[in-house]
Design a protein around this ligand. Structure first.
Ligand SMILES: *Cc1c(COP(=O)(O)O)cnc(C)c1O
Length: 387
């Protein structure tokens, strides 16, 4: 094979290790430590940062997943963590020192915002939040001390995008590092490292695992940046991924591109249906031509995810009746699994900080016609204008 494998082949085809007796599914190394036949062998291992000594460092099962994820994102190296927040906190903390300043997208994932905006303060790191849709607002929030621009594109409630190429150009001129939370688009549909982003983070708990049965996170980037994380945040904070989680996420990953195709087709069908309902005032989904940043979305993503939100007036009680009446969409906060989910949230946005109830849907792998029928019956049951 001379040409590099295409995306689906890269994901579905395992590198076969002859030590595994031709096993198709690689064995799970759940050992916490690895032993040596001699002191000399141990000393050689100790001098090699890639050797297997103790699993709060390197583990073969976790390594396989890391190698796969790095290839899918087009990065030199990846490091897995116990959760998405484990990966995000390692990536952020490895990028700043006391006295530094961070600019963060104002709609970023809540716990990431809290880490950056308040927790980091105790280490002398300050932050400002900016409207990510406007590079001017990002520039305005920056100081001479700004060392990190933290992005999430699209964001996961209002689906606002940042122009990643423009952000990189702006940040590079100022020596500012860039991190993108790429969970929504998955490695299938957006590869920010190709635009010059320094570090990509994912919650593997969502699409990569895909079966709502494991948690994980990953940081992907250049060799030197990830090695630096290995030596400090990984080793010292210790939020490492368990080998069992790595095996279960690796299994989920094999069907990720197939699942994403289904999520995307169904989410687009549902977003289009919602848009036609007279009482729905706003549908937020970057895959819809009506999304205010649809052209930007098409220019930096090759497909769209499962998660969307909509508004239909500010009667929260009616929304509660609607959500309670749904049968296929279970009420829950996560997303990325096979099963459809709904959550009723409150969004505040715009200069006036307008607060409105927003319904967020994760469109799972069920038949889209069943999901649409479920939404319609719940709208009727809740007393939205008769269908
Ligand atoms: C869930 C989520 C995270 C955090 O991941 P955990 O695995 O729950 O720690 C980070 N970013 C986004 C966009 C998420 O949805």
């Amino acid at each position: 094979m001379s040409a590099p494998p295409r995306f689906h082949s890269l994901v579905a085809h395992d590198g076969h290790d002859p030590r595994h007796h031709g096993a198709v599914h690689p064995p799970l190394y759940d050992s916490s430590l690895f032993t040596f036949a001699s002191v000399a062998e141990m000393e050689r291992a100790d001098a090699d940062p890639d050797s297997f000594i103790y699993s709060r460092g390197n583990n073969p099962t976790v390594r396989e997943l890391e190698t796969r994820l790095a290839a899918m994102e087009g990065g030199e190296r990846a490091r897995c963590f116990a959760t998405g927040m484990g990966a995000i906190s390692a990536a952020v903390l490895s990028s700043v020192h006391a006295g530094d300043h961070i600019v963060c997208v104002d709609q970023a994932y809540g716990p990431a915002r809290e880490l950056i905006g308040s927790y980091a303060r105790r280490f002398g790191i300050t932050a400002d939040f900016a409207d990510g849709t406007d590079l001017g607002a990002i520039a305005e929030a920056a100081h001479p001390e700004t060392k990190l621009l933290y992005l999430e594109s699209p964001t996961s409630l209002l689906f606002e995008l940042q122009d990643l190429r423009a952000c990189v150009e702006w940040a590079r001129e100022r020596g500012i590092r860039t991190i993108v939370d790429n969970t929504w688009a998955s490695p299938c549909y957006q590869n920010p490292l190709a635009f010059g982003i320094d570090l990509v983070v994912h919650s593997l708990t969502k699409y990569a695992g895909g079966h709502s049965d494991s948690m994980g996170g990953v940081v992907i980037g250049r060799e030197a940046a990830i090695r630096k994380i290995d030596r400090s945040e990984l080793k010292l904070l210790g939020a490492v991924m368990q080998p069992h989680a790595a095996a279960s996420i690796a299994r989920g990953l094999r069907t990720l591109p197939l699942r994403m195709e289904r999520h995307e087709a169904s989410a687009l069908a549902i977003a289009s249906h919602l848009e036609e309902l007279p009482f729905v005032t706003c549908v937020r989904y970057p895959g819809l031509p009506s999304h205010p940043q649809h052209d930007l979305a098409r220019s930096q993503m090759s497909g769209f995810g499962s998660l969307l939100s909509f508004e239909a007036g500010d009667d929260r009680e009616r929304f509660v009746r609607f959500v309670d009446a749904l049968r296929f969409f279970r009420i829950g906060f996560s997303w990325g699994g096979y099963e459809s989910l709904v959550s009723l949230q409150t969004a505040s946005f715009g200069k006036a900080r307008r607060s409105v109830p927003v319904v967020r849907l994760h469109v799972g792998l069920e038949e889209p016609q069943d999901l649409i029928a479920d939404l319609d019956q719940a709208f009727r049951a809740a007393g939205f204008q008769s269908l």
